[in-house]
Design a protein around this ligand. Structure first.
Ligand SMILES: [Mn+2]
Length: 310
């Protein structure tokens, strides 16, 4: 089959969200630039999409701010800018375009999910999320060892945690826990495990991937979603990949998805043609090797959006 756009919408709006306030390590704020430099727009055009780059949302740098609450670091600026992101994403969906958000650390998902959730509510659509990540991102201000908000967006989405996050954008919860499926997890904080186990969120760990195979897992996930939800959002944390192929990430953890597993996962998403929004997070050019992680991110985005080997 010829390479071609597989999504319902042929118009892709790129939004950069250069946030590093939700993470411990500096450098992820350069992620959107690194992904653009790796040739994203060109790749998408070649697949037949019309591409509109909305540029980056302005976020204040860490140096100009104080930590008010060490268990929710930089909360005010994260919420202020997430509000802009949420409105932007919602507007793009209302126009029937496809939002592609580039992070930035994973606290970006607080804004993106809020915008998607608001859109789905008004359209009476059920939201489902495929969360591809080395972590489960289900900490709260009470369980977090670091106070970093990028470890909290899944909990916030299902209404668990501090009200500042769970009630953000006036919607709580943003979605049902059974409509979140996490793939690639291999590093969960001790107190976070209890939340994960009680949440109703489905987690496929790396152990599950070893035993069942990534293809079976993603197909099971998409089949379930095609039956039960109307809008599939894919939140792709680059740290789900093995650091051997993607060293430029905020929190590398050994034993991640290998090169073919990652492509296979994305190709299955393209084949189903059912993804309605997408975000890529945690690309950290400072820790990278000649931009190879961002280049891999672009390859994988292209795979998820229709690029084929033949
Ligand atoms: Mn994450």
């Amino acid at each position: 089959m010829k390479e071609q756009a597989t999504l319902h919408s042929r118009v892709v709006n790129i939004i950069g969200f250069p946030v590093d306030l939700g993470a411990d390590r500096r450098g992820v704020d350069m992620g959107p630039s690194a992904i653009r430099i790796a040739g994203l727009e060109d790749r998408l055009r070649k697949l037949g999409y019309e591409v509109i780059d909305e540029g980056d949302i302005h976020i204040l740098i860490m140096e100009s701010q104080k930590i008010e609450n060490p268990k929710l670091k930089y909360l005010d600026e994260i919420l202020k800018t997430s509000n802009v992101l949420a409105s932007t994403v919602e507007d793009i969906l209302v126009r029937d375009h496809f939002p592609l958000c580039l992070g930035g650390d994973h606290s970006m998902a607080i804004g993106s999910i809020a915008g998607i959730s608001s859109y789905c509510r008004k359209q009476n659509k059920e939201l489902g999320i495929v969360w591809i990540d080395a972590h489960t991102d289900m900490n709260t201000d009470l369980t977090t060892p670091s106070g970093n908000i990028h470890g909290m967006p899944v909990a916030a989405a299902i209404g668990v945690g501090n009200v500042a996050l769970t009630n953000f954008f006036g919607i709580c919860p943003k979605m049902k826990p059974e409509n979140v499926i996490i793939i690639g997890a291999r590093n969960v904080d001790p107190d976070e495990k209890d939340i994960v186990q009680q949440s109703g969120v489905k987690v496929y760990t790396m152990t599950d991937i070893d035993r069942q195979g990534i293809h079976a897992i993603i197909n099971k996930t998409l089949k379930h979603f095609q039956k039960n939800v109307d809008h599939i959002h894919v939140s792709f944390d680059l740290d789900s990949l093995d650091p051997g192929i993607a060293p430029g990430v905020g929190t590398p953890v050994r034993g991640g998805l290998n090169y073919r597993e990652a492509h296979s996962l994305m190709e299955a998403i393209a084949d189903c043609g059912c993804m309605s929004s997408f975000e890529v997070t945690e690309v950290n050019p400072i820790l990278d090797d000649r931009n190879k992680s961002a280049e891999l991110a672009v390859e994988l985005i292209a795979s998820a959006m229709g690029q084929k080997i033949l």
